[in-house]
Design a protein around this ligand. Structure first.
Ligand code: NDP
Length: 280
């Protein structure tokens, strides 16, 4: 069994991006990410901090817009418009969740697809499903990079994803399909889940339930990717996979922390650099 070291791989990706950023700066392009946060969700604050740290490390300009809980849709949309029109801003990221009275889909639709570094605008979602060049949402993109780096065959493999969210499960389904995997996607209404997951050559857990995937759900020799980030009462972070027992059976497995999480941030940086490289 080999542990897929997302932390190390993310570091290598950031090192390569540093070189690209130096080249961009020589052409007077200073990549910039704008992050919008509405309200004060604690988990979001941690994610946003990680993104700002990565920007600082790479020399990407970073600006944060903290809107209060009572912000109106008009105010949010006019901020997005302002950032869409700002030639110095390459990437716009709206951190979810946002308060319930706001329509997150409308906000994602408003972000210029060319600055949509999270890949949530329907234009990018559509292009991904058509297998066209686009911004791919960062977590699935990071998973694909991990599989590539560890030479894990995707073409012809049976990939089973547990979870069908718009930010992980669905775009990952498209990414794997584009790479010629046979993909099954499971969710809370799936019958006989264990029978399905046991068929997976590549099993991806994106559920949000601590240690949900147990040894009996995994085929001998499978690759297991754990997307889950579950904060326990004692402050410990646990994935969606019961690492100790599943790692006995898997041929490759990602740890939590140190697996998918750092890759997500690295791929965000990669998308910002891609956006900056195609400035008009
Ligand atoms: P969502 O809550 O949006 O989706 C969870 C999915 O799991 C849903 O499709 C749901 O099914 C499914 N599900 C829930 N219970 C079961 C069950 N008993 N059996 C089968 N399927 C089930 O979560 P996200 O996709 O946003 O996130 C998933 C996890 O990944 C979370 O822990 C999150 O923190 C983490 N995450 C980590 C990232 C990283 O960078 N490492 C990035 C994004 C998320 P249904 O649709 O039927 O309700």
């Amino acid at each position: 069994m080999e542990i897929i070291d997302g932390k190390e791989l993310a570091k290598a990706i950031r090192e390569n991006l540093k070189e690209e950023i130096i080249e961009l700066k020589k052409k007077n392009i200073f990549p910039k990410l704008a992050v919008i946060m509405v309200g004060d969700d604690k988990a979001s604050a941690v994610y946003v901090r990680n993104k700002s740290k990565a920007c600082n490390e790479l020399g990407v300009e970073y600006e944060e817009f903290l809107l209060n809980e009572t912000t109106t849709m008009d105010e949010l949309l006019s901020l997005i418009d302002k950032l869409n029109n700002d030639k110095n801003v390459d990437g716009i990221l709206l951190q979810s969740p946002i308060p319930r009275h706001l329509d997150i889909n409308e906000a994602f639709r408003r972000i210029d697809p060319k600055k949509d570094v999270d890949g949530f605008n329907p234009v990018n979602v559509g292009k991904l499903s058509l297998n066209q060049d686009c911004f791919v949402s960062c977590t699935p993109y990071g998973i694909i990079k991990m599989l590539e780096r560890y030479n894990i065959p995707v073409e012809g493999a049976h990939a089973v994803i547990i979870g069908r969210s718009n930010i992980v499960g669905k775009p990952l389904l498209q990414c794997l399909l584009n790479q010629n995997a046979t993909v099954t996607i499971c969710h809370s209404k799936t019958r006989n889940l264990e029978e399905v997951t046991k068929q997976a050559d590549i099993l991806i857990a994106a559920i949000g339930k601590p240690e949900f995937v147990t040894e009996n759900m995994v085929k001998e020799g499978a690759t297991v990717i754990d997307v889950g980030i579950n904060r326990m009462e004692d402050g410990k972070i646990v994935g969606d996979v019961k690492f100790n027992e599943v790692s006995e059976k898997a041929s490759y497995i990602t740890p939590v922390p140190g697996g998918v999480g750092p890759m997500t941030v690295a791929m965000l940086m990669s998308n910002v650099v891609k956006a900056a490289s195609s400035r008009e």
